[in-house]
Design a protein around this ligand. Structure first.
Ligand code: 5AD
Ligand code: FES
Length: 362
């Protein structure tokens, strides 16, 4: 029996086991994907849940060194959708029978912003008669703001830790209190204690990142007991400071493959969580999200941001179909996921089973 197949029979995994799994290639990598897919089918089923992604503003107070919408990037057009435009996008999600939406934006902690969000959550709930599940991806906020939004009706929150290696975290962020690793971690704990289904994630293939770092990221997700994960390849953006390290990166193809392996290993490590096949995968390979599903993911976030602004929310370059209207992107969704033996969980919330399991046992 090969080392990989023997590790795959284990019930628990050390950091060095994970490093070996992440290093698998060829037939062994295929075995890894088959194992993770089987676990997914058995535990979370063959449904893929949709979250309509609304990137409603690209204004951001932060300056992450990798991100295309960072405050210091003056070459992009800033926009802020009106409440009516956002509610229209929600209506579109309802028509498509997506039972869930994600409100995502650059970071903003002003009371004008936080109160606007509270109001929006209430309006989305009213408009959908409580049927629409709301996920927020609005960065670091105070615990009381998180609570206010939760009480208004948002039940899931995504806040990527980006990397769990503190030194690497510092290298990819400006060194100031707005970009503090421990604060970000505290936010994740706040989110969980407020009662959210809590999601996090990392970028894969960052400059200076090692396979050991990624194995530790996976162990962090497990130790924290995270409910949802969205992670994808790092893609360099020419208008960001990190671009200068582009020659030190692994190839885009390797980053892609490693991202699929991260999904697969995470599914093996945490059977009942929700894992997203992220847009960054699709930016590299037109079938990237479907390959993510095959590797163990069970969530897709179709972009339903109104067309004209999609091109302005470029966290990284080569983002798929920024010019297309949401409806055109949706057209072939069913056929594509059918190719990887999955079916759409239309009209279903698709809450994280891990969240359900942990809150029942609490
Ligand atoms: N490449 C890949 N992912 C990126 N993100 C931001 N910039 C990039 C990039 N250049 C991811 C971060 C962030 C999420 C919204 O997008 O992980 O948390
Ligand atoms: Fe906006 Fe990082 S640049 S949160």
């Amino acid at each position: 029996m090969s080392i990989i197949s023997s590790i795959l029979t284990q019930a628990s995994f050390s950091s060095s086991d994970l490093v070996k799994l992440l290093g698998s290639e060829g037939d062994e990598m295929m075995l890894l994907f088959e194992t993770s897919n089987k676990i997914k089918q058995n535990i979370t089923g063959n449904k893929v849940y949709f979250r309509g992604l609304i990137e409603f503003t690209n204004f951001c107070i932060k300056d992450c060194l990798y991100c295309g919408i960072r405050k210091s990037n003056h070459s992009i057009q800033r926009y802020n959708l009106s409440d009516e435009q956002i509610l229209d996008a929600v209506r579109f999600a309802e028509e498509e029978n997506f039972a869930s939406i994600v409100l995502q934006s650059g970071e903003n902690t002003s009371s004008t912003f936080t109160e606007r969000i509270t109001h929006l959550i209430t309006r989305i709930k009213d408009q959908s008669q409580g049927r629409m599940r709301i996920t927020l991806s609005l960065g670091e906020q105070s615990e009381s703001v998180y609570r206010q939004w939760h009480e208004a009706g948002a039940h899931r929150y995504l806040l990527r830790i980006e990397t769990t290696n503190h030194t690497l975290y510092q290298k990819i962020h400006p060194k100031n209190s707005l970009h503090d690793f421990n604060h970000r971690l505290d936010c994740l704990y706040s989110l969980r204690s407020v009662g959210y289904q809590t999601g996090t994630g990392v970028m894969i293939g960052l400059p200076f990142q090692t396979i050991d770092d990624l194995a530790n990221d996976l162990l962090f997700f497990q130790k924290f007991g995270i409910d949802m994960v969205g992670m994808g390849p790092y893609l360099e953006h020419s208008q960001t400071p990190l671009f200068k390290f582009r020659n030190e990166l692994m190839t885009v193809q390797k980053r892609f493959e490693l991202s699929l392996k991260m999904i697969a290993v995470l599914r093996i490590l945490m059977n009942d969580i929700n894992i997203a096949a992220t847009t960054a995968l699709q930016a590299i390979d037109p079938m990237g999200r479907e390959k993510g599903i095959k590797a163990g993911a069970n969530v897709i976030m179709p972009n339903i941001t109104p067309g004209p602004h999609r091109k302005d929310y470029l966290l990284y370059e080569s983002k798929p179909c920024p010019d297309e209207e949401a409806i055109q992107c949706k057209g072939c969704l069913d056929a594509r996921i059918a190719m990887v033996d999955a079916i759409g969980g239309y009209g279903e919330w698709g809450d994280s089973k891990h969240f359900q399991n942990r809150t029942i046992s609490e």
